[in-house]
Design a protein around this ligand. Structure first.
Ligand code: GDP
Ligand code: IMO
Ligand code: MG
Length: 427
């Protein structure tokens, strides 16, 4: 039995998709357990770039069963579009399954996300506007539509009638928006229902039986710890738990069945959307780093905010997730700097901390405490053996390892599937 977990260690976009694709070759199943199509996971195969939003990145390995788990919020229209795009590119989607317990992300969730963000003015979160927050809010408010409802059309229609009336009141009275037509929405779902029903499974049963039978299962996290609803920079977070604990909740798996928990950390920091970012570079150096790293959102195309590596953030990820391994990505992008600052703590009102304050005001006032490393100039994108990396690069890597207290098993030196330095086998 082997349960593997991949989670993000910063603000998302660390390269989880690339690592999941790499490990996916040896997996029997790849399972998404939280989030929705706010995720944008990029895989580059032979120069071809594929971005996955709802489908697990294991989909590019033809043998793995790909499950969208109970904790995910599924926009079924987006899912079908994504499957069609992949099939048009020659990939099979015949192994995609969706959990009967997952919540349906409805058209009114997308609209409400937009209305809420607009009405918040300068207090907006900077969401992906894909309806994630409104859908999870309804789930916890116990007025969610679920995937299993698609199977019983009477239940679906009856539930939707009650819920849509409520949602329309919110849309019209609170935001002066345009209400949805019930019959029209029923018709839209009726059209796709037949395609979705054969994909619906009891994912909890399937995943647990596979684990018990000794299969390899990879749980693919979206987002990351700093966007976690409990531990991120609240309220500038997403509405789910992108941690290893989220796997237990969102995939219906016991913590005893998780063997390896692999954190993905980028060699510098990026963030999309609003919220505090202590090491942010709002200058020319930042612009250069953004261009070098092609830091533009895979989901929304927004320029990502960029900054130096923030190690208290990575260490918090190690702690909360119980990381057994770290994978460090995009170190190739740091080539060419004379000096590389790395944040090892925060100075807040004259006092130093190496943990992340809960108060946003404190975090917004925090000054980074930097430790400086000498850079390197050599192109490292073709290096495949750790010893062949420049000494200064290895020093940078080994300091991260030491500070986070987790071994770096993989160093990624390029976007392509093949650009890896494997220091220690994970499998
Ligand atoms: P995810 O959301 O964590 O899966 O990450 P994204 O796909 O949103 O963003 C990571 C970006 O970096 C993608 O464009 C990847 O193709 C790219 N990438 C991943 N690893 C590396 C690497 O080691 N070097 C470089 N240059 N690019 C990488
Ligand atoms: P992956 O899986 C980076 C950010 C949004 C916004 C906040 C809330 O590709 O790493 P939401 O739409 O979730 O309500 O937005 O979270 N965000 C991400 N940032 N990568 C992601 O996913 C993200 N998913 C959400 O930009 O700040
Ligand atoms: Mg991404």
């Amino acid at each position: 039995m082997a349960g593997y977990v991949v989670v993000g260690c910063q603000w998302g976009d660390e390269g989880k998709g690339k690592v999941v694709d790499l490990l996916g070759a040896d997996m029997d199943m790849v399972v998404r357990f939280q989030g929705g199509n706010n995720a944008g996971h990029t895989v580059v195969v032979n120069g071809k770039k594929i971005i996955l939003h709802l489908l697990p990145s294991g989909i590019l390995n033809h043998d793995a069963l790909c499950i969208i788990g109970p904790g995910v919020v599924i926009n079924p229209f987006v899912l079908l579009r994504e499957m069609k795009t992949l099939e048009d590119q020659g990939f099979s989607c015949s192994n995609v399954r969706i959990s009967d317990r997952a919540h349906l992300l409805m058209p009114y969730h997308v609209y409400l996300d937009e209305l809420e963000e607009k009405s918040a003015g300068d207090k907006k979160i900077g969401t992906t506007k894909n309806g994630i927050g409104p859908c999870y809010a309804d789930k916890y408010n116990r007025i969610g539509m679920r995937v299993c409802d698609l199977k019983d059309w009477d239940v679906f229609r009856e539930k939707l009638k009650f819920i849509l009336e409520k949602k329309n009141r919110e849309i019209v009275r609170l935001y002066d928006g345009k209400p949805f037509d019930y019959e029209e929405m029923v018709r839209q779902f009726e059209e796709i229902r037949g395609t979705l029903i054969p994909m619906i499974v009891d994912a909890v049963d399937k995943v647990n039986k596979a684990l018990d039978a000794g299969k390899n299962i990879l749980f693919e996290g979206a987002q990351a710890n700093m966007l976690d609803i409990n531990y991120g920079t609240y309220p500038y977070v997403t509405s789910s738990s992108p941690t290893s604990a989220g796997v237990c909740e969102g995939a219906g798996v016991s913590p005893r069945k998780l063997d390896r928990i692999i954190g993905i950390a980028k060699a510098y920091s990026t963030r999309v959307g609003e919220g505090p970012f202590v090491t942010e570079l709002s200058n020319e150096t930042g612009e250069q780093l953004r261009e070098a790293g092609a830091e533009y959102g895979a989901t929304t195309g927004r320029p990502r905010r960029v900054g130096w590596l923030d190690l208290p953030v990575v260490r918090q990820a190690a702690l909360i997730n119980g990381l057994t391994d770290l994978a460090l990505t995009k170190i190739d992008i740091l080539t060419g700097y004379e000096t590389l600052p790395v944040c090892v703590g925060y100075r807040i009102n004259g006092k130093e901390y190496d943990t992340i304050p809960a108060s946003l005001k404190d975090l917004a006032n925090a000054e980074p405490v930097y430790r400086y490393f000498d850079g390197w100039t050599e192109d490292i994108s073709k290096v495949r053996a750790y010893e062949d990396l420049p000494e200064n690069c290895r020093r940078y890597i080994e300091f991260i390892e030491q500070y986070a207290g987790v071994e770096i098993c993989l160093v990624s030196v390029g976007a392509d599937r093949s650009c890896n330095i494997i220091r220690k086998s994970i499998l």
